[in-house]
Design a protein around this ligand. Structure first.
Ligand code: J2J
Length: 572
């Protein structure tokens, strides 16, 4: 039977029945998807994953997932438990996701850029029992962060570190291992990920019996966010994998496909649209790159004969302008996806000119709905729209401020409901009341037009969010951090146009009376020390005497109209 997690809003029974009857929701789980690929395709030796350090076949991945599932079970982690996964794009990230998916444990997907405040919030809000992190990333001490969080959040009993050497293997999978906790903070034990897969040490393997049900929550995705705290998105195996299989088909993935992941794989786009999971479903190969800069990415395309790649607009601009296009053989590329933020028509034209007929626009959201332009679509559709939804049963409404439908081609708020769109966030009932209509439509906060063929064009945004080249920033969250500074009385964060990012963040700061206005350097350092992701730190700071208000006395969040005038303080 399905496991109902508290704090998850289920799809009403009538709709669930319809989605099953239509064949959208199947018995597939994340665990069985990889098992099927490893066996049913009869290609267990095909390469599933490649990163800078390791190459895994489907059989390897299948085995690793089993071993790790047993390892997590040996730690006492059970179906329905939450595990915060804070890993860069890597073979280990995929292994851990499939392992947890197999046993019905629920990963909470932190992004690599997240820092203490965010990771601690995810752990506390979900009452996570394990943190999985890395010891192999230069530049930042992820394991140290995990230890801090584990010490501060009582529910966390284990820290699992990927890429770290096996220090004390005998204790590694013993749930009663000596606490690694200093002082009087909450006790937890630390393990190397590699020790969790050592079958000789998982003699105590018990408890795990391929338990996930297709209606179980497969993972908690991260919302772009509009509020002071990030919202988590519960997706089920059935709804998630429906979107994955259809995405794979729409994007033409098959066993011969090679997908280059340059964006963080923890993000919904690179995971499912069609992303890593789409490729695994299709039996293709995923090449994981730590970043998308042309030198690294083009070399990988050439070496692995990459067929599919997913980009955000700023990266697409860099690719189109790169002189390295001329010196690399990119002829294997068939689909170049751009999504996560609006791609302008002239940028789209430039991509077509440089990369030929490969462009696919992707407009999606971790809450569900994903739209694609399709192979064979007329040029003006590929250039000028963000595609149409995956499913014939994606219900799309374009409405005015009173929720009344507007005409074809008229701009309005995008509302949606369907076989892979959530009905509520995780443990956030008050927020749900604002984000969903009474009959379960998700208010995307996007302003769109829809043409007669159902293609959507994003024309603006009604939600309080800054889309910094695909990275989403909730102004309220950053404002709260700024207000915590002793010399700051008040602050407002707004978007302003940026040639490269599309949009960047401007913080307007009101100093406390009598205090010297804090400089941008001071405020940046302050925000970093608060432990938030670097992409949330405003690009520009302005000191103001008071925040402008609207006629009804609310802070005026109208985006700053013009780019930075010369002489103002900008990025350092
Ligand atoms: C304009 N705005 C876009 C686009 C997303 C595939 C692709 C992207 C995401 C994603 C995703 C846009 N043009 N092409 O999850 O599976 C903005 C919208 C949207 C929000 C969702 C996927 N593509 N956006 O970006 O959850 O405002 O998902 O509501 O991060 O990004 O952000 P996110």
């Amino acid at each position: 039977a399905p496991l109902l997690l508290d704090g998850v809003v289920p799809v009403p029974a009538e709709a669930a029945e319809r989605y099953r009857a239509a064949g959208y929701w199947t018995d597939q789980t994340l665990g069985s998807l990889v098992r099927d690929a490893a066996t049913a395709t009869a290609r267990p030796d095909a390469v599933a994953l490649v990163d800078a350090r390791r190459t895994l076949t489907y059989a390897d991945l299948d085995r690793a997932a089993d071993d790790l599932a047993h390892g997590f079970a040996a730690l006492g982690v059970r179906r329905g438990d939450r595990v915060v996964v804070h890993l860069p794009s890597s073979v280990e990230l995929v292994e851990v996701l499939v392992a947890l998916g197999r046993s019905g444990v629920v990963p909470v997907l932190a992004l690599p850029a997240h820092r203490r405040t965010e990771v601690e919030y995810f752990a506390a809000h979900t009452e996570a029992v394990v943190l999985v992190t890395t010891g192999a990333e230069p530049g930042f001490d992820h394991a140290g962060l995990a230890r801090e969080v584990a010490g501060a959040v009582a529910s966390v009993r284990h820290v699992v570190v990927a890429g770290a050497g096996s220090a004390s293997p005998a204790e590694a999978v013993d749930p009663r291992a000596v606490p690694a906790t200093p002082g009087d903070r909450a006790p937890f034990a630390e393990h190397a990920l590699d020790d969790l897969r050592r079958t000789d040490l998982t003699a105590a393997r018990g408890g795990f019996d391929d338990a996930a049900h297709p209606s179980d929550v497969v993972l908690l995705q991260l919302s772009g966010g509009t509020t002071g705290t990030p919202k988590l998105i519960p997706r089920t195996h059935a709804d998630y994998l429906y979107s994955v299989r259809e995405s794979a088909a729409i994007c033409g993935l098959g066993p011969g496909s090679v997908y280059l992941a340059t964006l963080p794989v923890a993000h919904n786009y690179a995971l499912t649209s069609p992303g890593v999971l789409g490729v695994l479903h299709a039996g293709g190969t995923v090449v994981l790159s730590p970043h998308g800069a042309p030198d690294a990415a083009f070399a990988l395309i050439e070496r692995h004969r990459v067929t599919h790649v997913a980009l955000v607009p700023p990266l697409a601009h860099v690719w189109a302008a790169s002189p390295l296009v001329a010196t690399h053989d990119l002829s294997s590329l068939r689909v170049l996806q751009v999504g996560g933020a609006k791609l302008g028509t002239s940028a789209a034209e430039r991509l077509l000119a440089v990369f030929g007929d490969t462009l696919q626009q992707v407009f999606g959201m971790a809450e569900g709905l994903v739209c694609y332009t399709r192979e064979g679509d007329p040029r003006d559709v590929v250039v000028g729209t963000q595609g149409r939804p995956i499913s014939p049963d994606d219900e799309v409404l374009v409405v005015d401020d009173d929720d009344l439908p507007v005409g074809t081609g008229e701009p309005g708020h995008l509302l949606t409901r369907g076989p892979y769109t959530i009905r509520g966030y995780y443990r956030a009932p008050e927020h749900d009341a604002r984000s969903f209509t009474a009959d379960g439509f998700y208010r995307t906060g996007d302003l769109v037009t829809r043409d007669a063929d159902g293609y959507l064009t994003v024309v603006g945004r009604a939600k309080e969010q800054i889309n910094r080249g695909g990275e989403k920033v909730a102004p309220a969250e950053v404002e709260n951090h700024l207000r915590a500074h002793p010399d700051v009385l008040d602050a407002s964060v707004v978007g302003e146009p940026d040639e490269y990012l599309g949009e960047r963040a401007l913080a307007r700061v009101v100093p406390r009376p009598g205090a010297a206005p804090p400089t941008a350097v001071v405020l940046r350092r302050f925000l970093r020390e608060r432990g938030i992701a670097a992409y949330k730190i405003p690009d520009r700071f302005e000191t103001v005497e008071a925040l402008a208000t609207t006629a009804v006395g609310k802070v005026d969040r109208t985006p700053a109209p013009a780019p930075a005038p010369a002489g103002t303080e900008t990025r350092t």
